[in-house]
Design a protein around this ligand. Structure first.
Ligand SMILES: Nc1ncnc2c1ncn2[C@@H]1O[C@H](COP(=O)(O)OP(=O)(O)OP(=O)(O)O)[C@@H](O)[C@H]1O
Ligand SMILES: [Mg+2]
Length: 315
């Protein structure tokens, strides 16, 4: 099923050590594995086991303390910020628990956003974004801004945005964390189906075994180490057909997307509002360009994630 000859991500002896005063925390402790093109791979483990840290290292969002991360033959840990940002825009998509939607944009505009950077024409962009939102069950919320949607709806907009430009690799950290059971299962099926149709590689983090069961391979993580790698045969019934006119980008489209740069929301001014219902393309482009120019804010992202996680643990 998965062509194991074609490695798309290589993780070699990767470590992440956090220093807290005198104490060293080995969040990721000498981990090695490969991810193959087109596979759906899941990092499964309990809270605090190091899943998010490992995902963030793989996505180049956090710096490794040791080892190597190679994606598509490129040593991403050796890239400078600029090249890394371009690489991410070109090949990677992200779904984060904290959504990172742009508050002043509608659901439709948020999903269109990565397509602007792929120079997809306005009409097609809008159609693709609309189709994508329809697929995640949000056709009735196209013109709602994030504030005007529930957490689960915002999460689905985030998923639509991550997939709309068909990035080669999608990193997803608890992508259904705020959805009810039925929606979770629907969204998982959708993610799997879309990924398989476009030969996308998915790396998903979860603590939930039922969600891990959607994956081709499960990497069990405990205390920053790999406990076991489980290869699975996923039944066809877990894949559902998706209409073929959805998310089709022509080959000559220029690649340079900004799909999941995870500091978009953090970068945005809180409370910024536009009075107009419909935002002009010019405005979208301007905002998008402004956002693209904003440097990465990794610490903030981490902090946001931690806060969420911690809230989860306490609650
Ligand atoms: N910035 C940081 N500074 C210090 N320690 C950290 C930092 N980030 C994570 N850790 C620690 O590293 C370990 C792994 O954290 P990580 O967020 O990767 O866990 P996780 O498996 O994603 O957990 P959860 O399921 O709760 O999200 C934890 O013990 C955590 O406390
Ligand atoms: Mg986590």
């Amino acid at each position: 099923m998965i062509n194991q000859a074609e490695k798309i991500i290589e993780v070699k002896n990767v470590k992440k050590i956090y220093r807290m005063g005198q104490e060293k925390i080995y969040a990721v402790d000498d981990v090695s594995f490969d991810i193959y093109k087109g596979e759906f791979c899941c990092l499964l483990g309990t809270s605090g086991s190091g899943k998010s840290t490992l995902l963030n290292l793989m996505a180049g969002i956090e710096k490794i303390s040791g080892g190597q991360i190679i994606i598509k033959g490129k040593k991403i840990h050796k890239m400078n910020e600029n090249n890394l940002a371009k690489f991410r825009q070109r090949y990677l998509g992200f779904v984060f628990q904290s959504y990172n939607l742009i508050g002043s944009m509608t659901a439709l505009e948020n999903v269109e956003f990565p397509l602007i950077f792929k120079r997809v024409k306005a009409k097609q962009r809008r159609k693709m974004a609309r189709d994508m939102l329809k697929q995640v069950g949000l056709e009735a919320r196209l013109n709602h801004k994030p504030k005007e949607m529930s957490g689960g709806q915002q999460q689905r907009v985030g998923i639509a945005r991550a997939f709309v430009a068909s990035p080669e690799i999608v990193f997803a950290d608890e992508p259904t964390g705020n959805l009810d059971t039925k929606t979770t299962m629907d969204v998982m099926k959708l993610i799997r189906t879309m990924a398989k149709q476009h030969s996308q590689t998915i790396v998903m983090v979860t603590h939930d075994r039922r969600l891990a069961d959607f994956a081709d391979r499960i990497i069990h993580i405990l205390d920053g180490k790999i406990q076991e790698i489980e290869v699975r045969e996923v039944a066809d019934s877990q894949e559902e057909p998706v209409s073929s006119d959805v998310i089709s980008i022509s080959d000559n489209v220029e690649i340079s997307d900004i799909t999941g740069i995870p500091d978009i929301a953090a970068a945005e001014e809180e409370g910024k509002q536009t009075k107009k219902q419909e935002t002009s393309e010019q405005e979208i482009s301007e905002r998008a360009e402004a956002d693209e120019a904003i440097p990465q804010r990794n610490t903030e992202i981490k902090t946001n994630n931690k806060n969420q996680n911690n809230r989860g643990k306490e609650g």
